[in-house]
Each structure stands twice: as structure tokens, then as C-alpha cells.
Design a protein around this ligand. Structure first.
Ligand SMILES: NC(=O)c1ccc[n+]([C@@H]2O[C@H](COP(=O)([O-])OP(=O)(O)OC[C@H]3O[C@@H](n4cnc5c(N)ncnc54)[C@H](O)[C@@H]3O)[C@@H](O)[C@H]2O)c1
Length: 214
């Protein structure tokens, strides 16, 4: 007999995820693998964190299949080529797409030069559109968005450690009384990628310890 927890199963599904060698994306990839999905990662060519992600996912029990493709998301042509290669070479159906790669400069607007602005737009925005279109062509797309606040990851560690008063300021605005961590994204990732959320689309879910409500 079917039980409610069966609704959260994604066993046998295949998830394509970007940013999986980083903090939040790493936790999301781990969550999807622990819930039974096969994982395909798109990663920066030569990413020094690639081996750690592969090892972490290899520890998941029961084991799931894992594949990594080098793809600079700042390069639209590379995205098209990589998605085509996944279909042509592997013949994989992709059931789940998680766009989590991104860069951040955390600098005043007057210090943003053209090269950096273009990089942010290409990686944080254009790549999401292109990937969603390319993968969406081959699946019944349902889009949802999770929105954090400041989450302690390699992206924010520098500000956390070095910017006077910054971590205290974020804490003072966070009713949950702590900084968010990548593991805070695990449960919601499985929920949004599983039949448990089948009647939900187009929402933006804050994972922010109450930061945006204060
Ligand atoms: N941590 C936060 O507080 C915070 C706040 C707001 C938004 N975000 C967003 O959440 C996402 C994950 O952030 P995180 O904190 O885990 O960061 P992270 O730096 O730990 O991970 C980001 C990942 O994106 C990958 N990436 C960057 N440029 C790429 C490129 N050109 N091609 C392929 N991959 C590339 C990196 O290699 C890394 O694996 C990002 O989109 C980030 O902008 C994070």
C-alpha cells in the first residue's frame, strides 16, 4: 500500500545539476542522490573541488550513478554542446534540472566593471535560461525557485571571516538566530523534485531563517 513518504521518492530519476562542487549545490546533489536519483554534474573545466564531490556522492548508500561534464556556464555554446552530448552520447533522460551555479563579487555598484558585470549576467542569468530551455525541450517542465539569504559557503566565507560586523549584522536580522548552511537546502530540494510537490509550480520559496520577513 502506498504511504505518504513514497511521494518523496525520486528513485530511478536522473538529475542534472550545476554548482554541485560548491556549498549549496553540493548539498542539493547529495540530497538528490540520497533520495535515489542518478546525478549528472556540469562543472567548470579543471574545477579543483570536482574530486571531493565525486567522493561524497560515491559514499551515498544505496549507490547511485554519477557523471560529470566539463562546461563553462559563461559560454553559451558550451552549454548547448554539453546538453546535446548528454543526450547523444549517454542517451539520458533528464527528469530534474537544478540551476545552482553562480558567482558573486559582493562589491559596491561603483566598483563593478564591465567584465565582471558581463560574467555575472552570463553565469547567474543567461546560463539558467539556456539550460532550462535546452533541458526543458525534452521534459515536462515545472519550475520552482528556492531563495536563500546569506548562506555560509565558499562564496560567502570571505565576507563572514573578514568583513567587520558583517556576520553579526546578518545574525541580527535572522530570527532563527544562526546563519544558514548548505544542509538547510536538502529537504526542500527533495520535496520540490519529488511527486510530493506535483501541484506546485512557479513559486519562490525563501530558505532564510526568517531574514526576509523581518
Ligand atoms: N551563499 C549565499 O549566501 C548565496 C546568497 C545568494 C545567492 N546565492 C547563489 O546560490 C548559488 C550557490 O551559491 P554557493 O553559496 O553554494 O556558492 P559556491 O561558490 O559554493 O558554489 C558555486 C558553484 O558554481 C560554480 N560555478 C561558478 N562559475 C561557473 C561557471 N562559469 N561554470 C560552471 N560552474 C560555475 C562553482 O564552480 C561552484 O561549484 C549561486 O548561484 C549563488 O549566486 C548564494
Amino acid at each position: 500500500m502506498s504511504q505518504v513518504l513514497d511521494l518523496f521518492s525520486i528513485c530511478g530519476k536522473t538529475a542534472l545539476i550545476t554548482g554541485a562542487n560548491g556549498g549549496i549545490g553540493g548539498a542539493m546533489a547529495e540530497a538528490l542522490a540520497e533520495a535515489g536519483a542518478s546525478i549528472i554534474v556540469l562543472q567548470v573545466p579543471g574545477d579543483p573541488n570536482a574530486a571531493a564531490t565525486k567522493e561524497a556522492l560515491a559514499r551515498v548508500q544505496p549507490p547511485v550513478s554519477f557523471a560529470a561534464y566539463d562546461c563553462d556556464l559563461a559560454d553559451e555554446a558550451a552549454i548547448l554542446k554539453t546538453v546535446a552530448a548528454i543526450w547523444d552520447r549517454d542517451g539520458r533522460e533528464i527528469d530534474i534540472l537544478v540551476n545552482c551555479a553562480g558567482v558573486s563579487g559582493h562589491r559596491p555598484i561603483l566598483d563593478v566593471d564591465t567584465a565582471f558585470r558581463e560574467k555575472v549576467v552570463r553565469i547567474n542569468m543567461t546560463a539558467n535560461y539556456v539550460l532550462t530551455q535546452e533541458v526543458g525541450k525534452r521534459m515536462i517542465a515545472r519550475t520552482v525557485c528556492v531563495r536563500g539569504t546569506y548562506i555560509l559557503t565558499p562564496l560567502t566565507q570571505g565576507y563572514f571571516d573578514n568583513e567587520p560586523g558583517f556576520k553579526e549584522y546578518i545574525l541580527s536580522r535572522t530570527p532563527m538566530g544562526r546563519w544558514g548552511e548548505p544542509k538547510d537546502f536538502k529537504g526542500i530540494t527533495v520535496f520540490f523534485c519529488s511527486p510530493a510537490s506535483d501541484y506546485i509550480t512557479g513559486v519562490r520559496m525563501p530558505i532564510d531563517g526568517g531574514f526576509h520577513g523581518r
